[in-house]
Design a protein around this ligand. Structure first.
Ligand code: GCW
Length: 657
């Protein structure tokens, strides 16, 4: 595999600034993001011959903060006025976002076709959560579920000694629209627990690195910190000493980093400590931290990923899919105003296909965040091309109460956040697979405008990453990426049943790998059929956690969408899908088709050889070889497994082992 040492520029190479850098530009604004705008413009002009104008001088582009600006507001108005392009921002952060909007539009930002309008983010909080460990974890490594090398933030047990790389990362994600970064893993181990107190200087240094790009730093905290750090013998959220410990500790955080964003907590989940130890509720736990943060105008994000990971597989009544709603829905209305409940998009765990989590519709009086996973834990680990925005748009555009009615993005945007687990690392291509950069880019863009078309987002990303590459490369990348999520779905676990991955690492097929384990992720395949009965009538009752119409749609085999059939129903192999084919034949057909599509992708990439940097080409080519090997392995294991279980041959007589 080629290992170039130099870092590749992702979506902001100098040439992405050509249209801007060749012009006369006036900047009017104060504060760190405005200074960043000035230095970005200076750099672009140095490349392309433009210049910064004096106040009052005639300019091609005016970037100004409106006199009536509100601190913290990120919106801006972009228009053409008397032959100039004008960005009028609500505040310095808006100036920065306005600048990047102009960069995205390139020459079109300076043409008469530009329609004047206001731009503002749908989600006020647009976050990348890093699952980065400070100390390398013996099992999970430096970055939990990280597929891009080491952490971009931490190395050898301390803050990375590479501020330029961190700053460049801040620049990239700010340009996509991100405004918050959580700097450590939600599984908070011992060294990381200390970031809150005696290692606060490292957090403050990170806040300093991200600040110029309008990004606030958040910290994952350990619920048991008062005990682990040795100050108290309890972490009971209703104990006055514990409450004052958090208040006092939080004051010190703000003394050193006044624009600190807030805490993120994974409690009572997969072995992390939490309020259950003290017989308290998750509202008690979250509200304690909220009270400590409120005087500083900061928030706590509290994760809803709470389930029993020590379940007995013989117990058919416990359903992991139900857990989050069972735990949290009864607490609706009890959380303080500065608590945001952070909910994974699906009820299980970042699978390739899941229904949208019902927690998102069960808590109208709670601020909510939708959590996505840019790191491809279950979607090919950045060895497979898997462009995720089509899935994400489906989640954000889902109408919980049917249409018309609000979409998930409307529900969550009102007071909440869009969050994604970052896929970045110290890899020269940032994300291991160069094409996985587009997922990172899209997080910010969809958090700003959830209704953007995924193909249009990809177009933007291509234009910024390979400026001037032209139509042939654009076509090849769309062919490889637009449907890559559906392709991945085709050759892996069928019809929404999920998992079937190798336990632990979660890469590659192992159909029964989790079937008799405590993790609650079962498919229940037997000689007659496959799938999980989650109906209210005969199953676990999960379908009833949805409001109408979905509770009814999912409850019945007749109306359940094909792609989620095995998530909600256990059906015979000869059950006929809406598509007209049987479940078993669908399994064979999609697995043959998926692997074939990957072979086509690998061949098509050869046409790009002269169109991109040879190092990028080689890295993608290597990964496509592995994707094809893996897709064929998936195809053969899944097809063989279901042929042996069912005894039903492939109607088309293809090779099954
Ligand atoms: O998907 C699972 C992962 C864990 C992760 C957990 C979570 C950080 O396998 O590695 O832990 O989700 O979201 O908390």
């Amino acid at each position: 595999m080629s290992q170039p040492s130099e870092v590749h520029p992702a979506w902001l190479p100098p040439s992405a600034f050509r249209a801007l850098g060749s012009r006369r530009i006036r900047i009017d604004g104060q504060g760190p993001p405005a200074d960043t705008v000035r230095s970005e413009v200076t750099r672009a002009c140095a490349h392309f011959g433009g210049r910064i104008c004096a106040p009052g001088e005639e300019a091609d582009l005016v970037l100004a903060v409106a006199p009536s600006s509100e601190a913290g507001s990120e919106g801006f108005h972009l228009s053409r006025q008397d032959g100039s392009t004008v960005v009028l921002a609500d505040g310095p952060a808006g100036l920065l976002h306005g600048l990047f909007e102009v960069v995205r539009r390139g020459e079109a930002a300076f043409g008469p076709g530009l329609t004047g309008r206001r731009h503002e983010p749908a989600f006020a909080l647009r976050v990348l959560d890093h699952w980065d460990n400070v100390d390398v974890h013996p099992v999970m490594g430096q970055v939990e579920r990280g597929y891009s090398g080491g952490s971009i933030l931490w190395q050898d047990g301390r803050l990375r000694d590479d501020p330029a790389r961190i700053r460049e990362y801040a620049r990239l994600v700010a340009a996509a629209g991100i405004n918050a970064v959580t700097v450590n893993n939600v599984n908070v181990h011992t060294a990381e627990t200390h970031l809150l107190t005696d290692r606060l200087a490292e957090v403050a240094a990170l806040a300093g690195a991200f600040r110029p790009y309008g990004i606030r730093v958040h910290l994952s905290v350990n619920f048991a910190a008062p005990v682990i750090l040795g100050d108290l013998d309890t972490a009971d959220p209703l104990d006055p000493a514990v409450r004052s410990w958090w208040a006092h500790t939080t004051e010190k955080v703000f003394a050193i980093a006044p624009d600190f964003g807030g805490y993120l907590v994974k409690a009572d989940s997969e072995g992390q400590p939490g309020p259950f130890t003290y017989g308290r509720t998750h509202a008690d736990g979250a509200n304690m931290l909220a009270a400590a943060l409120a005087p500083h105008g900061a928030i706590v994000r509290w994760r809803a990923f709470v389930y029993n990971h020590r379940q007995d597989w013989r117990d058919r009544s416990t359903d992991r899919a139900r857990a989050a709603c069972d735990h949290f829905a009864p607490l609706d209305g009890e959380f303080h105003d500065n608590v945001i409940l952070q909910v994974k998009y699906g009820p299980m765990d970042f699978q390739t296909r899941e229904p949208v989590s019902p927690v998102l519709f069960a808590m109208p009086s709670t601020r909510l965040a939708v959590e996505l996973q840019a790191t491809q834990e279950y979607t090919g680990q950045q060895r497979h091309v898997c462009y995720l925005p089509p899935m994400w748009s489906g989640v954000l555009g889902f109408h919980p109460y049917g249409e018309p009615g609000p979409a998930v993005a409307d529900v969550a945007a009102s007071g909440g956040a869009l969050v994604a687990v970052s896929n970045v690392g110290d890899d020269p291509f940032w994300t291991g697979h160069p094409l996985a950069q587009a997922n990172l880019y899209a997080v910010g863009r969809l958090a700003w405008t959830p209704t953007l078309d995924p193909a249009a987002v990809l177009d933007e990303c291509i234009a910024l990453t390979f400026p001037g590459a032209g139509e042939p490369l654009r076509e090849i990348l769309h062919e490889l990426m637009d449907d890559s999520w559906q392709t991945y779905e085709q050759y892996t676990a069928p019809l929404g049943v999920g998992f079937m991955v190798r336990p632990g690492r979660h890469y590659g097929p192992d159909v029964d790998g989790y079937e008799y384990t405590p993790w609650g992720t079962y498919h229940f395949a037997d000689r007659d059929g496959v799938g999980v009965d989650r109906t209210a009538a005969t199953g676990t009752g999960f379908a009833a956690q949805y409001p109408r119409p979905w509770s009814e749609v999912y409850e019945s085999r007749a109306t359940c969408p094909d792609e989620l059939l095995l998530f909600f129903h256990h059906v015979p192999y000869d059950h006929v899908l809406h598509s007209g084919t049987t479940v078993i034949q669908h399994i064979y057909d999609t697995h043959f088709a998926g692997a074939e599509r990957v072979a086509g992708m690998r061949d098509r990439w050869r046409d790009a050889v002269a169109l991109v940097d040879p190092a990028v080409h080689a890295r993608v080519a290597d990964r496509l070889d592995e994707q094809l090997r893996s897709a064929e392995e998936w195809r053969d294991q899944i097809n063989t497994y279901f042929f042996r279980k069912s005894g039903i041959p492939d109607a088309k007589g293809r090779t099954i082992h």
